[in-house]
Design a protein around this ligand. Structure first.
Ligand SMILES: *Cc1c(COP(=O)(O)O)cnc(C)c1O
Length: 429
């Protein structure tokens, strides 16, 4: 073992041994750092895994913390077991498969059951544990909405301060819920990319010394939380991998981490090595990664977002190039769908499976449909799609297109009239 850190820190940080630059490979001690001092490349966690078995994981808690032997930090005692995210349902979606003409098994990994109803509770739980070990007292973030909920709620429960920074015009289902958890909520007149730049600038300020920005200076820890979605899918399939997966893409972190999780499980011998294709899903109004994929480019050119899928509206995605690499390396693709298709996707998932997803879920379902129509995705292969958030937070997306079948008085005749496909004029009073 060649741990670059002291034994105390090492014990606290589980299998994590340090931080490594993804570009040049330079190594650093574990801390609140995210960019390489030499080349400015992103840092990620380096590990030495030991003694990880299916049995040990299965004997763990019914949350993301069952995968603690594969994460940079163990749960901070007070976080566990209450309100820990993870172990959400993997729903067999036969009705949706039939509606889409798929003959292979289709699954929906449904993230609505997390404490604040999106997969962001996973990444925050890991970043928060790291923050507490590093002695940081305030949890902060730049958010497109769901992260705001997750940070404010987790900080409230842990008795930490929180500073959440969001674009001012997000959905009420995300701003009001964040405000209810308390803490400081800063609504910035600007886009998410403005918010993100502001937070990077704040990190240099003396008053933020004991702040952990979960997706900025704690990003290496935060990002690892997304691996738990990949671990869970494999475990819930009986310790094997699906052939195809469709993942919504904002910064691109989630997509790259599901791939990382599956490579780790394969490397550790916990699942059999089997090929899988990874597909990224974006909204046409913010599709920098899909555009790069289509044009064959290696660089992702920033765009100015304009879409109802606000949770995915990152015009300059930090992990975009890595997501592109994963899609290409696995033989997948990155595609996009317009706002009308997103609304149809939300409704199709709700109608066929009883799952009401948010706009990002609509993006994923509609992209699945588009990839099938283009012949890019195999209808006969076993496929998993991720529903990463809850439609109750983005009601505006469907407000104009769904509603009561009829608005009537409490009168049997009017019910009869409403039920009749072509009501007879005589049945109306
Ligand atoms: C943040 C978010 C994503 C994408 O996350 P990245 O890791 O930034 O790509 C997907 N779906 C929902 C609902 C989100 O909130």
């Amino acid at each position: 073992m060649t741990a670059p850190t002291t034994p105390t820190v090492r014990a606290d940080f589980g299998p994590a041994t340090g931080l490594t630059c993804r570009e040049c490979g330079a190594g650093y001690a574990l801390g609140a750092a995210y960019a390489c001092a030499d080349c400015f490349g992103p840092l990620e966690i380096a590990y030495e895994f030991g003694g990880v078995t299916r049995e040990r994981i299965a004997a763990g808690p019914a949350s993301i913390w069952r995968y603690a032997p594969l994460l940079p930090v163990a749960p901070y005692a007070a976080d566990e077991p209450n309100l820990a995210p993870g172990l959400t349902s993997l729903v067999r979606a036969d009705n949706l498969a039939r509606a889409l003409g798929m003959t292979g098994t289709l699954w929906v990994k449904d993230e609505r059951a997390n404490p604040t109803h999106s997969f962001k509770d996973r990444v925050v739980a890991v970043a928060q544990s790291a923050a507490r070990r590093l002695g940081l007292r305030t949890l902060a973030c730049a958010s497109t909405g769901n992260l705001a909920n997750a940070v404010a709620a987790a900080a409230a429960r842990a008795g930490m301060g929180s500073v959440v920074v969001i674009p001012h015009d997000l959905e009420a289902g995300k701003t009001l819920t964040t405000a209810a958890y308390g803490g400081t909520l800063l609504a910035v007149r600007g886009s998410y990319d403005d918010v993100n730049r502001l937070c990077s600038e704040l990190i240099g300020e003396p008053f933020t010394q004991d702040w952990g920005f979960v997706n900025v200076n704690l990003r290496p820890y935060y990002a690892e939380g997304s691996k738990t979605l990949g671990y869970e899918i494999a475990e819930q399939l009986g310790w094997r991998l699906p052939q195809q997966v469709v993942v919504p893409v904002a910064s691109g972190s989630l997509l790259t981490k599901v791939d990382k999780a599956w490579r780790e499980l394969t490397g550790l011998g916990l699942v059999q090595d089997s090929p899988y294709r990874m597909y990224g899903a974006q909204a046409t109004g913010c599709s920098p990664v899909a555009q790069a994929f289509r044009s064959g480019a290696d660089v992702v050119r920033p765009v100015r977002p304009d879409t109802i899928a606000r949770s995915l509206a990152i015009g300059n995605p930090a992990d975009g190039p890595y997501a592109l690499d994963v899609a290409r390396r696995t033989g997948g693709a990155v595609a996009d769908v317009d706002d009308a298709a997103i609304v149809d996707g939300i409704r199709l998932l709700a109608r066929t499976e009883g799952i009401f997803g948010e706009t990002a879920g609509g993006v994923t379902v509609a992209t699945l449909q588009a990839l099938l129509a283009a012949g890019t995705l195999d209808p006969a292969a076993e496929t998993v799609i991720l529903n990463t958030g809850d439609g109750l937070k983005t009601l505006d997306a469907v407000a104009g297109v769904v509603g009561p079948t009829a608005t009537i008085d409490a009168d049997v005749a009017q019910v009869t009239a409403a039920l009749a496909p072509t009501p007879l004029p005589t049945s109306l009073s």
